[in-house]
Design a protein around this ligand. Sequence first.
Ligand SMILES: [Zn+2]
Length: 237
Amino acid sequence: MAKPTLNQRLARLDRLRDPERASAVLKPLGISVGFRVGRDKPSDALVVRQVHGTKIVEGNPEGSEQIADGLFLAKPGTIAVASADCLPILLACPGAPLIMALHAGWRSLSEGIVQEASRIWQTRNLCGEDFYGVLGPTLCRQHFEVGPEVVAAFETEGCGFTPEERALLVSRGTGDRSHVDLALAAAMMLLSLGLRPEGISLIESCTFCHPERWPSWRRDKKFAGSLWSSLELAAIS
Ligand SMILES: [Zn+2]
């Protein structure tokens, strides 16, 4: 049987308008997905101090706040990342169990935060196929207008995109401006790391387009609140 083409695989991604539906698959497996808007972090969630890097740390209930852009947990508890336009990436392997939450703007994504996540799951003898991915609300392609430096960042070898993939990710705008599909970039990275297309849910709800639902840094500047994207691993009963 011929290997499915990129377009065939992308057509099988689970595209959702409603974030609630992202829970439908994972909830019966003991993992809850949450998207909540507010200034303060969800009270029981472990979080990190985010700096647009690629570091991922183990969620630490005791110690001081850790500087990182992702965290993971292999025991019952809740982890969350904050965003307002950047892409929240939630990864869950119910069998392990292992949950991961990443805060991925263009910098973290192009510098390899998703590949860093895969290094962590590989050290635990897990493979991409074992994971579900949920890509949360972020800027749509139209609203993610960028300069040449962002396009160049996604063309580096570390990103691993083929010319075919890059053509789908980037569209030319006016002058030196371009538009990048951040969620699609993450989905392609997850596919290349072995996740099944059906296991990747894309929540297609732009933070900029929906002031009634989501905070957006580009729209609201310093008045933007935070979108807290969380995963909760339930205690085994
Ligand atoms: Zn938009």
